[in-house]
Design a protein around this ligand. Structure first.
Ligand code: GLA
Length: 728
């Protein structure tokens, strides 16, 4: 006996699936938790999803499944597009099996704390099989994936997308644009009739990826307004969309974007979509926190304290000079760095960005004794050694390209236009894959490499497989994942950073295989405030590389003091990207203090819950992290401009426990009037902090003030755990 309805519920979210009469599963509710419901309730809720027949519309109510099907009368984007020479293009799948891992219970199955539903379906006429997996995680994150199997003659698949329903009250879209050095800039607008379509055709996620396409109640903010978001967990071509029909129905969803002829299924062959995530939240913070909890619960989530990292890129670029790099290592160790990363420029022929990619041998002209002298020094100083690779790329000017021009991705019998003077190495070709893997394995093993900065510096254009030129982005993306997985299996504990011209590969597909993303090549703290704020909509701060760079930003040429640079990087996976052999004594002292402070707080920062306050003034951004037990928090007041008003008045602090008294005390910051901020320390109940707030200090722009918030010992009747440093 198959269930009629399946109620997945976890952490304040419910997803109620209607699988009656062998039809594909329809989400008759996805959003706030429904509480305990019985079969009668669930059936009635399913009934509320049935729309009255409108004039000039199908006689039977249209039914929207997770894989929308046109035969039901659905006139929006169908979930499946493809055909067998013009046939079998509008399938009608019948569910043949539903697995929930639980025994049937009077037609309703409830999976509390989340769960997984697997469905098998087929359309015998179209000779297609379909498997759907729908999960709700313990954090309330929904995700679904589909596998299509061809059971007839050759079938050309054009698109397999999944969609989640949006309630009528969701009107406003938020997603992201961006460019190199300015990734994930938010954009908002109304959801109108038609499709808000975000296609990623770069063959990588892109600096301008939609990232999390959210639709919510009008005016939603960090703390208010229900929101429903979709994310495609894939690093190749992809599509996110929100669609509103003139009938008022609306959905969000997406999938992989397939190039023409990219997926042709021979008899018996299958194609699996990436996971399509659905993330509900009561406000954007709730949505982000759900994703953070979801990611933190994964077995592979990095759990040891995030090592403070120094990357040498902006310090030396391609100028690899051993004495200089040794001096940098010494300085790094002195100020408290725990991981030292040698960036681009160490391999054969790589004196500029015009040559060498693919030749993964240490350049013995620059490194006559190999990397060993540097690696030994770095490890003797107590730091881990990390190394840069760009495994999916090749320069035309390389021994590899000369030996194997056919390994360059291409189509039409011509080479693609170069970008950053490079081409894409086709990892879909087994020999090319094996070559790169073997080179990486050898270099990693010989040099005690504990961390790979994995770069990907161009879009995929005309990315086909020679000689025929068939599109290969799908294979290439999966091969990159496979290579990451293989290396991690071979070198337990190896960490990988996903970098792509900065932050152009930030998604939930790559994060299955990596431990950190490089948010952006722009280290200007002013710009980083925005990028950190919004990248956290998808990923928790411990996965976001955030470095203190030189006083004058290399990308914007703005100059900022160390406090602003450090305070802006403080919450992420902290590090340095600056030639600190040129830093003065006072700068080094300050740097040492900042690193020590970060180490004291990283446990809280990287396990706590994100809070972003809706701005009381456009020039002031207040955000914080609250410990899971709500006994401690750290809040940042970032002054990003000069306001019309000064002082700004009171700002509230959220996320704390209403009934607990907290001591709010200044950790770092300097009053622009030269005096002490008013007040430097105050004790208030969480409820008053949430409803009344604290005075905003008078501050110069481009300044970050950090406040620690600590539960009062007596207020909770037990000793405050000694995780926080004493007031300075
Ligand atoms: C990309 C990365 C940088 C650096 C350079 C090296 O641009 O984003 O951080 O590694 O490549 O070429």
């Amino acid at each position: 006996m198959r269930p009629d309805l399946i109620h997945l519920t976890a952490d304040g979210v419910s997803a109620l699936l209607d699988v009656r009469r062998g039809r594909l599963p329809a989400l008759v509710h996805w959003g706030a938790a429904l509480g305990p419901i019985d079969l009668a309730d669930a059936t009635a809720i399913a009934l509320t999803d049935v729309r009255p027949p409108a004039p000039s519309s199908p006689d039977d109510p249209v039914r929207l499944a997770v894989l929308p099907e046109q035969h039901t009368g659905w006139l929006g984007r169908p979930g499946l597009s493809g055909s067998r020479d013009g046939e079998s293009w509008s399938p009608w799948f019948r569910v043949t099996e539903v697995r929930t891992g639980t025994a049937d219970a009077d037609g309703l199955i409830t999976l509390s704390g989340g769960g997984r539903v697997e469905l098998e379906a087929s359309d015998d006429t179209a000779q297609l099989g379909l498997e759907l997996v729908i999960e709700l995680s313990a954090a309330g994150v929904l995700r679904a994936a589909a596998t299509l199997t061809n059971r007839g003659a050759t079938y050309r698949l054009d698109d397999l997308s999944l969609a989640f329903p949006l309630p009528a009250r969701a009107h406003e879209v938020l997603d992201f644009g961006g460019r190199w050095a300015k990734e994930r800039t938010p954009q908002r607008g109304p959801l109108n009739v038609g499709i808000h379509l975000r296609e990623g055709r770069r063959g990588r996620t892109g600096p301008d990826a939609a990232t999390l396409l959210t639709v919510g109640e009008a005016g939603f903010g960090f703390a208010h307004g229900e929101v429903w978001g979709a994310h495609v967990g894939f690093s190749g071509n992809h599509r996110h969309y929100a669609e509103r029909l003139s009938s008022g129905e609306q959905v969000i969803g997406g999938g992989e974007l397939l190039l023409p002829g990219e997926i042709v299924l021979e008899p018996g062959e299958s194609y699996r979509t990436p996971w399509v995530y659905g993330v509900y939240g009561d406000g954007l913070d709730d949505q982000a926190r759900r994703l953070h909890r979801h990611l933190r619960a994964r077995p592979q989530h990095p759990r040891r304290p995030r090592p403070v990292t120094l990357n040498v890129w902006e310090a030396v670029y391609f100028d690899h000079d051993l004495p200089k790099l040794l001096a940098l290592a010494e300085r790094a160790a002195t100020v408290g760095v725990e991981r030292y990363v040698l960036d681009d420029g160490w391999f054969r022929g790589r004196r500029t960005d015009r040559a060498g990619l693919g030749d993964w041998y240490v350049d013995d002209e620059v490194w006559p004794d190999g990397l060993t002298p540097l690696v030994d020094h770095v490890t003797a100083l107590g730091m881990e050694f990390g190394l840069w690779f760009e495994p999916e790329m090749v320069n035309a000017d390389s021994d590899l390209a000369r030996a194997h021009p056919e390994w360059i991705m291409q189509t039409g019998g011509r080479l693609p236009v170069e970008a950053r003077h490079q081409q894409v190495l086709n990892l879909g070709i087994p020999e090319a894959y094996a070559y790169v893997r073997d080179r990486m394995v050898q270099i990693i093993a010989e040099n005690d490499v504990r961390y790979v900065k994995w770069d990907h510096n161009r879009d995929l254009v005309d990315a086909g497989t020679a000689p025929g030129g068939a599109p290969g982005v799908h294979e290439q993306t999966l091969a990159a994942y496979r290579l990451m997985a293989e290396l991690k299996e071979r070198f337990p504990g190896l960490e990988i950073e996903s970098c792509s011209s900065g932050g152009a590969r930030v998604d939930l597909g790559v994060i299955e295989h990596t431990d950190r993303v490089w948010v952006s090549d722009c280290n200007d703290p002013f710009e980083r405030q925005e990028m950190m704020r919004w990248t956290q909509q998808l990923l928790p701060p411990e996965l976001l590389g955030a470095h203190i760079a030189s006083p004058r930003s290399h990308t914007t040429h703005r100059v900022h003091d160390l406090g602003f640079r450090a305070g802006s990087a403080f919450f992420g996976h902290f590090g340095i990207e600056w030639d600190i052999t040129r830093a003065g004594d006072s700068e080094l002292d300050q740097l040492t203090e900042w690193i020590a402070l970060h180490k004291q707080y990283r446990e809280l920062l990287h396990h706590g819950e994100l809070v972003r306050m809706d701005p009381i003034d456009p020039t002031l951004w207040v955000h914080g992290v609250v410990a899971p037990d709500k006994r401690a928090a750290l809040f940042a007041f970032a002054f990003l401009g000069r306001s019309d008003a000064a002082p700004l008045g009171r700002a509230t602090l959220r996320g704390l426990d209403d009934g607990t008294r907290y001591r709010v005390a200044l950790l770092t910051g300097e009053d622009s009037s030269g005096g002490q901020p008013v007040p430097a320390e105050i004790v208030l109940p969480g409820r008053a902090l949430r409803t009344v707030g604290v005075q905003v200090p008078l501050s110069h722009p481009d300044t970050v003030w950090l406040f620690r918030v600590e539960a009062e010992e007596w207020a909770v009747g037990q000793a405050v755990k000694g995780t926080l440093p004493a007031l300075q």
